[in-house]
Design a protein around this ligand. Structure first.
Ligand code: GAR
Length: 226
């Protein structure tokens, strides 16, 4: 039986920039009845930057958008509490960080613990923070990738749900590598959100669980080289 609109899991997506991951998730929600579709409702897309391209993309997909400009707040604490209030108005079951480039306070991450996902362009725990593609190249790595993880207090440190591995080639530069990683982001983020919305992906203590079984540190790994 199809869940009625009122019963669907409610998703809020936070963005700061292009919003391509937000679009990938929104497309999977639109395709809710297909194999890879997500049976959920995106109840809001919130940006902390007025110029975020993703806001236009969300509006073009008929999604509700909100703006909360972090530069108008005196402190990180004040901003995060205002952000919580804005998100709570939308009564979400899941909050998805999709290129939301703000360090969040412990108050925020604790409030949403277990229902807050992030995507980070590296094979976490490798390369937390910024410039991940250049750092993987500089280190001479032959693989790189992307992780979707539950968010905890430590930056880029919560348990991984899923990762995608990409190869690094001799001719690569940071831009080529970023494009290769981005393609995989658009595959794995909708998968993780779908698992969460189906009640299959949960967080217990410091572990991510899929179907009640603790996942390895990497989460489920997809290898685009296969
Ligand atoms: C993505 O590549 C995501 O992995 C990265 O921001 C980009 C947003 O792209 N996130 C982080 O670096 C978080 N630490 P998008 O706006 O097109 O989805």
């Amino acid at each position: 039986m199809q869940a009625s609109e009122a019963e669907k899991p409610r998703i809020v997506i936070l963005i700061s920039g292009t919003g391509s991951n937000m679009v990938a998730i929104a497309e999977a929600v639109k395709a809710e009845n297909s194999d890879n579709g997500i049976d959920a409702e995106i109840v809001g897309v919130i940006s902390n930057r007025p110029t975020a391209e993703g806001l236009n993309k969300a509006q073009a997909m008929d999604l509700h958008t909100d703006l909360i400009d972090h530069t108008l707040y005196a402190s990180r604490d004040e901003f995060d509490h205002a952000l919580i209030r804005m998100i709570e108005d939308l009564k979400p079951d899941l909050v998805v960080l999709a290129g939301f480039m703000r360090i969040l306070t412990a108050d925020f991450t604790r409030y949403y613990e277990g229902r807050l996902l992030n995507i980070h362009p590296s094979l976490l725990p490798k390369y937390q923070g910024l410039n991940t593609h250049q750092r993987a190249l500089d280190a001479g790595d032959d693989i790189h990738g992307v992780s979707v993880h539950f968010v905890t207090e430590e930056l880029d440190d919560g348990p991984n749900a899923i990762q995608a591995i990409v190869p690094i080639f001799d001719v690569d530069n940071a831009q080529l590598l970023q494009q290769r990683v981005h393609e995989q982001e658009h595959i794995i983020y909708p998968i993780a959100v779908k698992w969460f919305c189906e009640g299959r992906l949960t967080m217990k203590g410091s572990k991510a669980l899929l179907d009640n079984k603790p996942l390895p540190t990497s989460g489920v790994q997809l290898d685009s080289r296969d």
